[in-house]
Design a protein around this ligand. Sequence first.
Ligand code: FES
Ligand SMILES: [Fe+2]
Length: 387
Amino acid sequence: MGVPSALMKGRRPTDGMLALAKDIAEGRQRDGLGQTVVPASVYTDPDHWAREKAAIYDRLPQILCPSALVPDRGMAVPHDATGRPLLITRDAEGKAHVFLNVCRHRGTRLVEGGDVQCTKKLVCPYHAWTYSVDGRLLALPRPDSFPDLEKSDYGLVELPSRETGGLIWFCPREESADFSLAEKLGEDFDALGMGEHVLFRRKTHEVAGNWKLIMDAFLESYHVTRLHAKTIGPFFKDGETSGDMIGPHARSAVGRLEEMENIDLTDMAQLRRVVTFAYQLMPGALIIPSPDYINVMTMMPQAHDRTLVEDFMLIPEQPGSDKARDHWERSWALLDGGVFAGEDFRAAELGQQGLSTGAVPELTLGKMEGGIRRYHETVEEALRAAG
Ligand code: FES
Ligand SMILES: [Fe+2]
């Protein structure tokens, strides 16, 4: 079962995607780093994590979820894992919003739980102040008891956000809300048709490891045929790789040279069969398009050694039959449960356990692991930029 041609038809890769595919097809190596190191303290020191949280997670634009989490107008879903209660909505015009999930009357949490609701109105459980999904305060009981209240002054508090390429980004701070790179990345995700995909499954994993240990597992190909020997390893055997950066965000590609002959690389449907792209985005998100579906993962650190990872599986269209549903269920079980939870996240937990002993004060990285060093440099740069 492939991606329905209707979805991929006529789509072309961006120039950046094409350049990586040509590197692989023409056997070109981009300049890599030599052998490098990363200090263990960046994973094990609680103070270091507190600095990262303040400088990075409380400051930079970051992905909250795919658009497909709230596909319809009038939808709203609470999101708590960033450490503040957020509410993601889609208004009557189709625009996505990110609000603080807090009633403006006496500060009560507005929408409880974590499920997607299809409602047009949000009613506070305490005194029933009622808001629209676009944030306006619509009504309150006994308005005569608030003689000085101007309803337009009591809308939900909105945070900067941007929907692009089938993803909803937000920024915790107005001053640092620059979404230009999100827009740039959105061009690649549009080429993959991500905005037209539908959500098949989502799951939040609790990983007993530093958030960067999880990212590290997606920044090198050294482990793929080894850690994943029993799952996806064989598919990546003999793959050629290339990669580049879009600002602090990494884009990588793996392709099989022998299958790339006679392929029109400018045709996204053909390209996607022979080259697998992946995106490792700052601060902690992964976009992993398989040949016929896409996983989006967001890393939400809770402590230096504890991270929530939400995995969303996007498929090209709602399954039209039990057979189609079974097919996607198997893909979900293989990737989310088998490869990610059973292998990559497990490796991150084992890393945390080992590094916390102090046995390895500095991690040694080979030439196939240069992506990790580069990623850590962008994290350090963000720390420095925040002062
Ligand atoms: S606190 Fe929400 S209506 Fe009173
Ligand atoms: Fe992996």
